[in-house]
Design a protein around this ligand. Structure first.
Ligand code: WT7
Length: 658
């Protein structure tokens, strides 16, 4: 039975445990009813839980496909995450509990974080950063990443966080696309006992980034900052973080930096994500709407209480880190765990050791991680006292029911509800999810839209599907929706609001899904040329461009193939230029080449050399057939192929190679 069949036959249902429901923020359908009755009023109420400088009077201004939320209100995101907490009883509450991979620990209270963010905001002033400027952040999972983001928000600069695992070229392209003025990075980052030389990578990128005026370097590596052999500091351009921070003072000796008054629609950040072309899209998020939905979903999806210890294992380089490590939890005054390294370092029990050590109560991770835990075996979590855990979350890709059940049993001990949360970089916040005290869960289903969110399944003609399979759409604007794509509003319109002609009100998510008789959504995966490899979004075209960039490659076609741990793995079909012969060495070289161009997450699992690729008579590569080959299935319809012989021979070769 295929994974899909397994999903479609799933019939188990888990109502919220009574012990959980009793104390939950939402223990019945009241919030869903409120959202359904008047979504705008619901979101306005959520927005009023934030601290505004000037309260908004307008909720939604909608000229499809563009929408604005709370547009006449003003606020500052850092005030919402910090100032309002330090004025009250959360002043000395832990905001961040950090654990580095080597085992170093630091706890920052709200006061600590508030002070450091103010100081770093003064640093940004000194470096000439102004409201609306872009600042690139290329950092490990260390408190400075959070400080840098919030300091940008404080001075009104737009941050662009680039995942530390991305290559110099990927960093360069992202910096150049939005013309960042300052880059914040670190000398290195610990990963499986090694130090990834982030600054050295950054230096390679910066050779071709004329917009960058200053680079701030956090000293993460143990040892003297003067280790010039590892980290080169370019006089005038590069500055050590700790030195700038030491000098960051006002004339009166204080550290306070007044927050910039931002309009709700001013941009908070840009975050790049893969699409169907080779060029990543700069997804742009607003201040007021984004923060409203990030804060409201964090509170209600995770049933967040004052005494919780919340841990989201994502990296700050992805949207999950933005919304559910930084903005959502901190806006709610939560205590968050931040862990720098790998789950299997030094041993496969690291996550559970961390859960026990800090008394984690809410744990949010990805299916690919859960499948790895499953493979490693239940003996690793069993070594630890996980009795503080009360709620588990999953995000990033469909979770197979088997992994869901394992998570439920071996991590949640049958006691913790699981929230399977569907959303995207573009949606900014969770869109389809259980409310853990109110929604019965079904393994493999993200269940129902969050209150105030309207979803539907449509066929390609735009007909709504009540029960069955279709394309997932969001049918009303939501506060944290992307506002546009940086520098390319036409691409924004074309990608998200043009799927159904004449319906610019419908947001096309790019996912296929099924809806069952209870109205539950079962997300089946991308229907475009976007892959989901271990929860990371990678465009097939990006990998193809990286391959054809190699001098030996004439043409390349990339598809996703089902993978036990990663969800999808990358399979590439490559034709070589004259004078180049297939070999194992060349295969390794190509795999390394892609990793170097994009980042290790894009390294193809399989590369098949072939004399030709299957194309339609109009010259389009038939990826569907390549997927059949890569997954070892019987070939689908080949009648539209220009040369059906090509694919049969490819299939034979692929099988011979396995
Ligand atoms: C794509 C978005 C925003 C979270 C991190 C990924 C897939 C995400 C689920 C889920 C099934 C999911 C979709 C979506 N996805 N969550 N709970 N169940 N699929 O963000 O990189 O923007 O990727 O991830 O395919 O379109 P992203």
């Amino acid at each position: 039975m295929s994974d899909l069949d397994v999903l479609l036959r799933e019939e188990r249902s888990f109502p919220p445990p009574e012990s959980f429901r009793r104390d939950a923020l939402v223990g019945d359908d009241a919030l869903h009813r409120e959202g359904a009755a008047d979504p705008d009023a619901f979101w306005a109420r959520m927005a009023r839980e934030l601290t505004w400088i000037k309260p908004f009077t307008r909720t939604l201004d909608w000229t499809p496909p563009h929408a604005q939320w709370f547009a006449d209100g003003t606020l500052n995101a850092s005030v919402n995450c910090l100032d309002r907490h330090v004025e009250g009883p959360r002043r000395n509450k832990a905001a961040l509990i950090f654990e580095g991979e080597p085992g170093d620990q630091r706890t920052l209270t709200y006061w600590d974080l508030y002070r450091k963010v103010n100081q770093f905001a003064l640093v940004l002033d000194r470096l000439g950063v102004k409201k609306g400027d872009r600042v690139a952040i290329y950092l490990p999972m260390i408190p400075e990443a959070v400080i840098a983001m919030l300091a940008c928000a404080r001075v009104g600069a737009i941050h662009s966080v680039v995942f530390g695992g991305f290559s110099p070229e990927s960093l360069r392209d992202r910096i150049n696309d939005s013309q960042c003025k300052v880059l914040i990075t670190a000398d290195g980052s610990y990963r499986r006992g090694q130090v990834i030389p982030l600054k050295r990578n950054a230096d390679k990128a910066l050779a071709e980034c004329p917009s960058i005026e200053h680079v701030v370097v956090v000293q993460r590596r143990a040892g003297a900052p003067g280790d010039a052999a590892f980290t080169e500091i370019k006089e005038g351009r590069d500055h050590w973080w700790h030195r700038l921070m030491r000098e960051a003072r006002n004339a009166d000796g204080g550290f306070y930096r007044a927050p910039e008054e931002m309009s709700a629609e001013d941009l908070l950040f840009v975050l790049y994500t893969s699409g169907t072309t080779g060029k990543p899209k700069g997804i742009v998020h607003s201040t007021g709407g984004y923060l409203t939905a990030a804060a409201a979903t964090t509170k209600y999806v995770f049933d967040l209480k004052e005494e919780d210890v919340y841990w989201c294992t994502a990296d700050i380089g992805w949207v999950t880190g933005h919304s559910y490590i930084v903005y959502g939890p901190l806006a709610n005054g939560a205590t968050c765990v931040l862990y720098e390294g790998a789950p299997d370092w030094p041993e496969k029990d690291r996550f559970w050791a961390i859960c026990e050590r800090y008394g984690v109560t809410i744990f949010y991770t990805a299916p690919t991680a859960i499948r790895a835990f499953m493979k490693w075996g239940p003996e690793f979590p069993a070594r630890y006292d996980l009795s503080r855990l009360r709620l588990l979350g999953s995000v990033g890709e469909p979770i197979n029911p088997e992994a869901w059940m394992w998570y439920h049993e071996h991590i949640g001990h049958g006691r913790c509800p699981i929230v399977d949360t569907w959303w995207q970089t573009e949606t900014g916040a969770i869109m389809i999810t259980p409310l853990p005290g109110a929604t019965a869960t079904k393994p493999g289903s993200a269940t129902v839209p969050f209150p105030g969110v309207s979803a539907a399944l449509l066929d390609s003609a735009g007909q709504e599907i009540e029960v069955g399979g279709g394309l997932l759409a969001l049918t009303r604007p939501w506060p944290s929706m992307l506002r546009t794509i940086w520098g390319d509003d036409q691409r924004f319109v074309d990608t998200y609001f043009s799927k159904w002609p004449g319906r610019p009100d419908l947001y096309f998510a790019g996912d296929g899904a099924k809806r069952d008789e209870d109205g539950y959504y079962w997300i089946l995966g991308r229907v475009d040329d976007v892959l989901n490899v271990a929860g990371h979004r990678i465009g097939t075209m990006e990998v193809e461009s990286a391959l054809v960039d190699h001098p030996a490659v004439a043409e390349a076609a990339v598809v996703g193939k089902a993978h036990e741990l990663k969800g999808q793995a990358i399979a590439a079909f490559v034709t070589l230029r004259a004078g180049h012969a297939p070999s194992g060495a060349l295969r390794d070289e190509l795999r390394d080449h892609v990793a170097e161009k994009i980042g290790p997450i894009a390294r193809p699992d399989d590369i098949l050399f072939s004399a030709d690729l299957p194309k339609t008579r109009s010259g389009k590569i038939m990826r569907r057939l390549l997927r059949d080959i890569a997954e070892g299935r019987a070939l689908g319809d080949t009648t539209t192929l220009a040369d059906p012989g090509v694919v049969a021979s490819l299939k034979d070769q692929y099988e011979a190679q396995e």
